[in-house]
Design a protein around this ligand. Structure first.
Ligand code: FER
Length: 285
């Protein structure tokens, strides 16, 4: 009896704390602005040989503030859109600023973030007609490049964990489709999967998640987000509806905005705080 009284009292005493600190539903003003006096991560440019493409390819790698070769880190592979390349996130999304600010507030698990070029073909620059079918096909070919070439390279070059529970994949638009296709298609490789405003390259839900039981068992986080004014919303919505129908836990996060970096920066801010955290991270916003 006393135990119950104590539990009720504890709830009553603690609940105002919870009310006082509701979880954020959108990034606060200034989240993407350089803050003075905080530690910064570092950005490396790396070149790896791709057996898949037969060329040396570039990627950028963000290591967190205080990065040390004596530690081990989980890895997020963060993918760009149809008009972008390995520089797109850096130029338009300022992930290093967003993440530095989150680290300064103690809100992130230290992680390495890899910004690859997801157009796996010899000329992988975003030039000419980026919707050309050969170029669009190269976004699918990147699955092999990522799994066989880039991930092994990163694992040799950086002090990172090599198991699925320490590997995440997320991306925007074409990169969102890639993240869902590759992540859910390789559950032995990825436990954390996120699609931002995913494009028509996203596989149909039945192909994306053919084995719902396995997905439920294996995934630590499945994140699907989209701006409420985005013309590509249907690709996220149909995935969410299917996951709901089959009771596969996931985050479906609809935010104000269209198909642009205001939305994707907010997504990175929200998603990065869930990654590699212990316990059940599924939540609604
Ligand atoms: C399409 C519309 C949009 C498409 C791809 C996109 C392959 C990708 C947009 C982006 O990455 O921003 O029909 O087909």
């Amino acid at each position: 009896m006393m135990k119950h009284v104590f539990a009720v009292l504890a709830c009553l005493l603690l609940s105002p704390l919870c009310w006082a600190q509701p979880h954020e539903t959108i990034a606060p003003t200034g989240f993407d602005v350089i803050q003075p006096g905080i530690a910064h991560g570092n950005i490396d440019t790396v070149t790896y040989y791709s057996k898949t493409v037969g060329t040396r390819r570039k990627a950028l790698v963000y290591t967190p503030p205080g990065f040390s070769k004596k530690e081990k880190y989980p890895v997020l592979y963060l993918l760009h859109g149809i008009g972008g390349d390995e520089y797109e996130w850096l130029q338009n999304g300022k992930p290093q600023v967003i993440l530095d600010n989150l680290y300064a507030k103690g809100k992130l698990e230290p992680m390495v973030v890899v910004l690859p070029n997801g157009r796996a073909m010899k000329d992988d620059r975003a030039v000419g007609n980026v919707f050309d079918s050969v170029k669009v096909q190269a976004f699918a070919t990147f699955e092999r490049d990522l799994l066989k070439d880039l991930i092994p390279f990163i694992q040799k070059r950086y002090p990172v964990y090599k198991d699925r529970e320490h590997r995440a994949i997320a991306g925007l638009s074409m990169g969102g489709g890639q993240a869902l296709n590759f992540g859910l298609g390789n559950l032995d490789k990825f436990a954390w999967v996120g699609g931002f405003s995913s494009a028509p390259n996203t596989k149909a839900p039945e192909k994306l998640v053919p084995d719902q039981k396995k997905a439920k068992e294996k995934l630590k986080l499945l994140w699907i987000s989209c701006g409420d004014e985005d013309n590509l919303m249907s690709f996220s919505k149909r995935t969410h509806d299917y996951l709901d129908k089959h009771q596969v836990p996931h985050v479906f996060y609809v935010e104000p905005g269209g198909h642009d970096f205001e939305v994707w920066k907010n997504d990175l801010y929200m998603l990065s705080q869930l990654l590699f955290k212990k316990g059940n991270v599924y939540r609604t916003f």
